[in-house]
Write a protein that binds this ligand. Structure first.
Ligand code: NAD
Ligand code: DAU
Length: 336
């Protein structure tokens, strides 16, 4: 089986490439990644040189390049993860989110249609459903109501993917997952940002009142869900993934401080995110019953392991937080 995996140098993509190579030894994975600020070839240094793996540096929006990959690599299935993924950046500079997440997805869908594939797995997010009140859960039939330019671009790409399934009978499956955490997550996202700041005795910036709720899932559980959806999902269907681990942001930040062994005086409340969604929570019954999937990680244990990973991989994130990221950090949080 020849897999075209997009965004494989990012957080979830690099964890997924490692999982596929380990658990599907007969498969070949072609990773198409532009290496934006969020892509890091170092994340996959361990698999470079494997006959099962090829890295192509390029943009999913480059139709000629994408068509050539489909042709020369005889692609059977697509796992599409490449995206601009950070909500705060989509508030600062939305245009690239439309270019990559909407137009780039359409280029891939069109190439997959022309070439013919057995499966097009479109990896999406629970943010397309918008914000919940204090009760209730997102199911696959919850109406789309995205709030940010990021989530609006993802909702647009979901609709395009489902339109290709409906109109052209492209064998599309869409997955929508809650907030991931684990190794190799870029330190602009809540958990790795708080760990990296705590380890350096820097302020931990909590937006608004810190009472927003996110539903956390370990990245390996998400990746196993993606594999299950690829292999057992039904054409034109949507599957939600989540691990029933709702937490208030402030409680996560306090837990990180306890794991790192630093005082709560590092917590600094800062201006709220514009249009900040209050609560996400996933009902993953469909994935559990139809795909036979279940999360394996317990949040409290896996958060401790994640803190340990960042402690042990300090050079990895120290290299990242210099350069381009430093400019973004100063725009978002000030010079400190
Ligand atoms: P990430 O930002 O860590 O990685 C994105 C990757 O895509 C990077 O390697 C980047 O170089 C690449 N990329 C960006 N633009 C590209 C382009 N035009 N062409 C080719 N490659 C490009 O993102 P992530 O957190 O790993 O998320 C991966 C996917 O999963 C995204 O589609 C995201 O919407 C979705 N998702 C993420 C989460 C989460 O909690 N992180 C949850 C649910 C769904
Ligand atoms: O729900 C899935 C989504 O989760 C994915 O689709 C996105 O790609 C991913 O980035 C993530 O989006 P969030 O906006 O929920 O994640 P983030 O880590 O940016 O923020 C999590 C919560 O923490 C959110 O309520 C905002 C808050 N926050 C975040 C940062 C970066 C802070 O309080 N302070 C911060 O500095």
């Amino acid at each position: 089986m020849n897999v075209l995996l997009t965004g494989g140098c990012g957080f979830i993509g690099s964890n997924l490439v490692r999982l596929l190579l380990a658990e599907r030894p007969g498969w070949r994975v072609v990773n198409l990644d532009k290496l934006t600020y969020a892509g890091n070839a170092e994340n996959l240094a361990a698999v470079e040189g494997s006959s099962q793996y090829r890295f192509v540096r390029g943009d999913i929006g480059n139709g000629e390049l994408v068509a050539e990959i489909f042709r020369t690599e005889r692609i059977d299935v697509v796992m599409h993860l490449a995206a601009e993924s950070h909500v705060d950046r989509s508030i600062l500079a939305p245009a690239v989110f439309i270019d990559t997440n909407v137009r780039g997805t359409q280029v891939l869908l069109e190439a997959a249609r022309q070439h013919g594939v057995k499966r097009f797995l479109h990896v999406s997010t629970d943010e397309v459903y918008g914000s919940l009140g204090p009760t209730g859960y997102f199911t696959e039939t919850t109406p789309l109501d995205p709030s940010s330019p990021y989530s609006a671009s993802k909702a647009s790409s979901d609709l395009l993917a489902l339109a290709y399934a409906h109109t052209f009978k492209l064998p599309v499956v869409v997955t929508r997952c809650s907030n991931n955490y684990g190794p190799y997550q870029f330190p602009e996202k809540l958990i790795p940002l708080m760990i990296a700041n705590a380890l350096r005795d820097l302020p931990l910036p909590v937006y608004g009142d810190g009472m927003n709720v996110r539903d956390w899932i370990h990245v390996e559980d998400h990746c196993r869900g993606l594999l299950a959806a690829l292999e057992h999902g039904h054409d034109g269907e949507v599957y939600n993934f989540g691990a029933s681990s709702e937490r208030h942001n402030i409680d996560i930040v306090k837990q990180v401080l306890r794991h790192v062994g630093k005082p709560e005086t590092l917590i600094t409340y800062v201006k709220d995110r514009l249009g900040h969604d209050r609560r996400y929570a996933i009902d993953a019954t469909k994935a559990r019953t139809k795909l036979g999937w279940a999360p394996r990680h317990r949040f409290e244990d896996a958060l401790g392991e994640t803190v340990r990973w960042y402690r042990e991989h300090r050079p990895w994130w120290e290299r990242i937080i210099s350069g381009e990221y430093l400019k973004y950090y100063e725009t978002q949080y000030g010079r400190g």
